[in-house]
Design a binder for this molecule. Structure first.
Ligand SMILES: [Zn+2]
Length: 247
């Protein structure tokens, strides 16, 4: 049997931060946990399908209280499809501290999912959900994570005509102490990607396109483009690969 988790999960750490790519595969889910090793606080970078399952697979319920911030790159289902379940679990386990969620400005998928959840449980939600819309050059700080967002170029086909249009999409740089973790979200090659990854201790870079023939894709980076970007960071991991499914 093809175990996708085996080939689509990876971890990295330094003295200050641990990065668990819980799972990342194009069209399935991207779920990344960035953990401050000093405080134990967790930032989730994208919350695709199975985020809750992946967190529980780590064998601890600490995330119920230690989850400090959720950061969403864009509204495609494989990047935020697990949000509703995660919020439901936090409610069930009676999380009491507020939760901040950063979403791209105009990201209807994320804002409406959160609104429906809040509307459904308005009388019985034990914690506050605070949504912050982020744009180009926005910043957001908690006591543990400093987040800087930059607009990337990712085409979606969510409009009625089927024509591809740029969608609200962000890449992020996250500072934890002296360490910087960068993630591109989904993006075609564009100059701002260099700004996102340059000098980062770890850059998580989408590499959905497999061959150089696909260079110049409107929607994603190729592996070659992603590696080229990665060389600007101290370390990098290629994520969001297309899963190989035996037919
Ligand atoms: Zn996407």
């Amino acid at each position: 049997m093809n175990d996708l988790t085996e080939t689509h999960s990876v971890a990295w750490e330094n003295d200050e931060v641990r990065v668990d790519v819980l799972f990342s595969a194009a069209g399935v889910a991207t779920n990344i946990a960035i953990v401050s090793k000093f405080s134990g606080k967790i930032l989730l970078a994208d919350v695709g399908d199975g985020t809750l399952r992946d967190l529980l697979s780590q064998g601890s319920l600490d995330f119920v209280s230690e989850l400090n911030l959720i950061v969403i790159t864009h509204g495609h289902f494989d990047h935020m499809g697990g949000l509703y379940s995660l919020l439901g679990f936090l409610r069930m386990l009676k999380r009491s501290i507020p939760l901040d969620i950063l979403i791209p400005k105009g990201c209807k998928e994320a804002s409406s999912t959160i609104r429906i959840f809040k509307d459904s449980y308005c009388d019985t939600l034990p914690f506050q959900i605070r949504v912050q819309e982020m744009g180009h050059d926005s910043e957001f700080h908690t006591d543990f994570f400093h987040v800087h967002s930059l607009e990337v170029e990712h085409f979606g086909s969510e409009n009625a005509t089927g024509e591809d249009l740029l969608m609200p999409a962000l890449g992020y740089r996250v500072s934890i102490g002296e360490s910087v973790i960068a993630f591109t979200g989904d993006s075609r090659m564009c100059p701002v990607l260099e700004e996102i990854v340059t000098g980062a201790d770890l850059a998580l870079i989408e590499a959905t396109g497999s061959t150089s023939v696909e260079a110049g894709l409107k929607v994603h980076l190729t592996e070659d483009e992603a590696k080229q970007l990665g060389s600007l960071a101290r370390n990098y991991l290629l994520i969001h690969r297309i899963p190989e499914i035996e037919s």
